[in-house]
Design a binder for this molecule. Structure first.
Ligand code: NAD
Length: 260
């Protein structure tokens, strides 16, 4: 049902973003993937997306901490696809440490990537969406946009920022056929989660199994990781006409974590 639409998914060479790209491609959308990684592997993913969608897929290696690179990515989207109809603000990173040892440059990186990049992508996407009278802006926020965990001051602050940004942008665009929402997953098994295990072991003095069972899954009453595919199918639903009344929402998908 997305034939003729173009979706740009930031941070989509891996994890949740790549699953979202595949799910949107399966609905026939043109896809712009973005992120870092092995050039050949990314090209294989790009080709696979075109096979899946029967439409076009492009790759931008824009570093989303760089506003100029974001502007160039949008110039490419405009020239090659006539703009972006569906913007998925997904790129993000994590760093786990007590505040006394939290490197200021990690704070700056997380703010730039997990929060400020969404301002730049959205400010460049909204004019075209208003012009067309249709648009979808969806953030991959986090349960950490609603609640906190120790060791994650920058991530929690940035994700709470996304919550406020989503609400504000929803109000600004509500009369233009544009919806702006956040999906807030609990723990999803991706490289982002796997890579924070060693630091959490160090910060909290735990073994790997203790981190998985007593820290990560402890928060989730279902005791199961959320899957990338579940996040992607929720995102596809938010792009449908059936979801056109949902805007400004921060929608939990966390196995019951944040109702405790
Ligand atoms: P991931 O590490 O698997 O993927 C991150 C993506 O971002 C990759 O494609 C990477 O290349 C890209 N990226 C990193 N730095 C970049 C930069 N400077 N510019 C452009 N792209 C960059 O992570 P993931 O787990 O799939 O997370 C995706 C989003 O979902 C993040 O915003 C994360 O905070 C959020 N999230 C993840 C979980 C989880 O448990 N995995 C839970 C809630 C929310």
């Amino acid at each position: 049902f997305l034939k003729g639409k173009t979706a740009l998914i930031t941070g989509s060479t891996s994890g949740i973003g790549l699953s979202c790209a595949k799910a949107l491609a399966a609905e026939g959308a043109n896809i712009i993937i973005n992120g870092f990684g092995d050039v050949d592997a990314i090209e294989q993913e790009r080709i696979a997306l075109e096979e899946l969608s029967g439409a076009k897929a492009a790759y931008s290696g824009a570093d989303l901490t760089n506003p100029q690179a974001i502007a160039e990515m949008f110039a490419m989207a405009e020239a090659d696809f006539g703009g972006v109809d569906i913007l998925v603000n997904n790129a993000g990173t994590q760093y786990v440490s007590k505040i006394e040892e939290f490197p200021p440059e990690k704070w700056d990186l997380i703010m730039a990537l997990n929060l400020t990049s969404s301002f730049h992508t959205s400010r460049l996407a909204v004019p075209g969406m208003k012009h067309k009278g249709w648009g979808r802006i969806i953030a991959t926020a986090s349960a950490h946009s609603k609640v906190a965990s120790p060791g994650k001051c920058a991530y929690v602050a940035a994700k709470h920022g996304i919550d406020g940004f989503t609400k504000t942008l929803a109000l600004e665009t509500a009369e233009h056929g544009i919806t702006v929402n956040a999906i807030s997953p609990g723990y999803v098994w991706t490289p982002l989660v796997e890579e924070q295990i060693p630091d959490t072991m160090k910060t909290r003095g735990l073994t790997r199994d203790e981190v998985i069972n007593d820290v990560l899954l402890k928060a989730q009453p279902t005791k199961e990781f959320v899957t990338k595919e579940q996040v992607a199918s929720f995102l596809v639903y938010l792009c449908s006409d059936a979801a056109s009344a949902i805007t400004g929402a921060n929608l939990s998908m966390d196995g019951g974590w944040t109702v405790q």
